[in-house]
Design a protein around this ligand. Structure first.
Ligand code: GLU
Length: 554
């Protein structure tokens, strides 16, 4: 037995499985050539950043487009960052925007797939196997330095003006003899396990990032920590072991990890693993005071995915918008394929912005209005009900009580060639349909500038004389036209434009007043459809109320 093997037994005597056992336990995936295996690997902090959703979507798309696999792994090695229900919150956020998977963590207490456990806190034994292997091949060693010793070292390096860290001559536990280590262990001194870096700073590692292109960096010389004092792996070590054994072929993650790639490539090599491909995503940016900055969890409510859930942006809208950020050719594709399923878009990792896409809520609103305008009334009702169930009990009850009525409301101006684009998110719906429900409706009239209150009362009174329920739109409109001339308005807009001095206004003004009397709005979808739905009693009642109001005001 070599000294290193003795050390490995001393540190990991109870670890019986070998690296080969692990290779056998987690076989290569049986996938066609070129199929990408990707994952989303969040920490269960409960907070899902829109950039996290963006990364997850990107990873899933990359695998879907290649006929590969995508799974969700929970990186819970940092217990300080974990919150109760963090996993459920994360999965809820992801699932609400279509990021689900049949492999990996499915709910806080359930996972699927043969490459598990998919939660790092449950993989302790697996990390130990590779830690032991590294020690026995002389590539890792225990470090007994205390936090105080390490901060003294940093101070010493700072005053000497040399690079900080645990490396080379500064890595004092590197050369501990087996006897010294044994003594420390007997004295129950806590220790971390460090990599014995064989890196050479004057040499470069080169890799081809699928988003950023070719990257060159000096090799890593730091003896980084692999296992913390409690035996829990660091991100670096867990990333390498997990992504190897779960057979990931492409690592899609935030570009804050780029600086760690030399460590990761080195670790893959030390463990004898093949290095996967990397695609580092630039953070989502926000414009501010003419400059750009990262969308911040602390400053920007829209940084959190829960923001979109609470406001009620449909998942289709958010996905569609994120795709415009992901691939600059998406909008062009959408214009050419107006009604095509979004899954048909030929997403391309290589077309991702290397420097960070700019997030724009107004643009999201526009995209969402478009997306919602294409939903059927049934879809809208279903989605609004699901949103309202959690976010607006009053709206939920109103819609749920009479679903046919609600569906008829959502059917107005929908389904034709030019559907109305007036809802961007579900929290606007209540206001949108206020005038259809007495429970929500409060009159508040605002007349067009060219029409006084007295005049409004006259118009409505006249209309009340001819109004009758039922009949088609043409008949309904004819009635409005009929009252125009007696009131001093022309039913013909063209005529008004030619000789405005001959009339008080045109049919548009008359119907505007009627619209305001019935709905308290200057703009609504098709008024005939609205009045038909409201029914005779309600319409008559509202017209009378408006007459009284305008008269009183005179
Ligand atoms: N848990 C890491 C993070 O939340 C994941 C990075 C990765 O995808 O490898 O940043």
């Amino acid at each position: 037995m070599t000294e290193n093997e003795k050390l490995a037994e001393l540190l990991f005597g109870d670890v019986k499985a070998s690296a080969q056992d692990m290779e056998d336990r987690y076989p290569q995936r049986d996938l066609p050539a070129g199929a990408k295996v990707t994952r989303f690997a969040p920490s269960p902090t409960g907070f899902l950043h829109i950039g996290g959703l963006f990364a997850a979507m990107t990873a899933k798309l990359a695998s879907d487009k290649s006929g590969g696999a995508f799974y969700i792994r929970i990186e819970d090695t940092d217990k300080k960052r974990e919150i109760k229900d963090g996993v459920s919150e994360l999965l809820k956020g992801l699932g609400s925007f279509g990021i689900t998977s049949s492999e990996g963590v499915i709910s806080y207490d359930c996972e699927k797939g043969i490459y598990g456990p998919y939660q790092q806190s449950k993989r302790r034994d697996i990390y130990q196997v590779f830690a032991k292997q590294l020690v026995s091949s002389g590539l890792a060693y225990p470090c007994f330095c205390t936090p105080d010793e390490l901060s003294n070292l940093r101070a010493e390096q700072e005053s000497a003006g040399v690079n900080k860290g645990y490396y080379g001559q500064y890595a004092k536990c590197r050369e501990l003899s087996l006897q010294q280590i044994e003594k420390n262990l007997k004295a129950e001194k806590p220790y971390t396990l460090r990599l014995r870096s064989l890196g050479d700073e004057s040499k470069k590692i080169v890799f081809e990032d699928l988003i950023k292109g070719r990257i060159e960096m000096p090799e890593n010389i730091q003896d980084i920590v692999l296992l913390k004092a409690d035996g829990i792996p660091t991100y670096h070590f867990a990333h390498v072991v997990d992504d190897h054994l779960m057979r990931s072929t492409l690592i899609v993650r935030g570009d804050e990890w780029i600086s760690s790639v030399p460590v990761h490539i080195q670790l893959f090599g030390c463990c004898g693993f093949k290095v996967p491909k990397y695609a580092h995503i630039a953070p989502i940016m926000k414009e501010e005071n003419g400059g750009k900055r990262k969308l911040s969890k602390r400053k920007d409510p829209e940084a959190s995915v829960s923001y979109y859930l609470e406001k009620g942006y449909p998942k289709e809208s958010v996905t569609e918008y994120l795709l415009t950020l992901a691939n600059s050719n998406f909008e062009q594709w959408r214009t050419a394929n107006l009604n095509e399923d979004i899954d048909k878009f030929p997403f391309n990792l290589k077309k991702m912005s290397a420097s960070g896409a700019l997030f724009d809520l107004n643009k999201l609103e526009d995209v969402s209005k478009n997306v919602i305008s294409k939903f059927s009334a049934d879809e809208v009702l279903f989605k609004v009900l699901s949103w309202a169930r959690e976010n607006d009990g009053e709206l939920f009850s109103l819609l749920d009580e009479n679903k046919d009525y609600a569906k008829s409301i959502f059917s107005i101006d929908r389904g034709g060639k030019k559907p109305r684009k007036d809802i961007a998110k579900w929290n606007e719906v209540k206001r949108y349909l206020e005038y259809f429900y007495d429970e929500l409706y409060n009159e508040s009239y605002e007349l067009p500038e060219n029409i006084g209150k007295n005049e409004a009362a006259r118009i409505i009174k006249k209309y009340l004389e001819v109004y009758s329920h039922g009949g088609g739109k043409e008949e309904w409109f004819d009635k409005i036209k009929d009252i125009c001339l007696p009131l001093g308005y022309t039913p013909n807009i063209k005529e008004y434009k030619e000789s405005p001095h001959l009339f008080k206004g045109h049919v548009g003004d008359v119907s505007s007043v009627i619209r305001i009397a019935v709905t308290s709005r200057k703009n609504t979808p098709d008024l005939h459809a609205i009045m038909t739905l409201l029914g005779e009693d309600k319409v008559t009642g509202r017209l009378k109320k408006a007459i009284d109001y305008f008269k009183e005001e005179i």
